[in-house]
Design a protein around this ligand. Structure first.
Ligand SMILES: [Zn+2]
Length: 107
């Protein structure tokens, strides 16, 4: 999961070793699922050397919308309703859709 305070997120394949974390400006590949049709939840983040191209390579295909995107991490900050503003929090910019798995594929 993204580290809101430090503005870093580890690549799922590299692990969370210090120094391999991805930060603002890095181009990444991200797998997301549309959790109960309400919110897009990042499932995994990959660095350039661990690019993935298909939803099925990143997670089980479920009865919900799932995507793989390419994006650039941006330090836009994040306003958390409970704990306040996190200025280093990351979001995704320059999003490019790579693969899409509709909900019906999971049945
Ligand atoms: Zn990696």
């Amino acid at each position: 999961m993204p580290d809101y305070e430090r503005g870093k997120v580890p690549c799922t394949r590299c692990g969370s070793a210090e120094g391999t974390a991805l930060a603002a400006g890095d181009r990444v590949t991200v797998a997301l699922r549309n959790y109960e049709g309400h919110t897009w939840e990042p499932v995994a983040v990959y660095c350039r050397s661990h690019d993935v191209e298909r939803v099925a390579d990143t997670m089980d295909v479920l009865a919900e919308e799932q995507v793989v995107i390419a994006a650039t991490l941006e330090a836009t900050g994040y306003l958390d309703p409970l704990s306040g503003y996190h200025p280093n929090a990351l979001s995704f910019g320059g999003v490019e859709l790579i693969d899409y798995s509709p909900a019906k594929d999971g049945y």
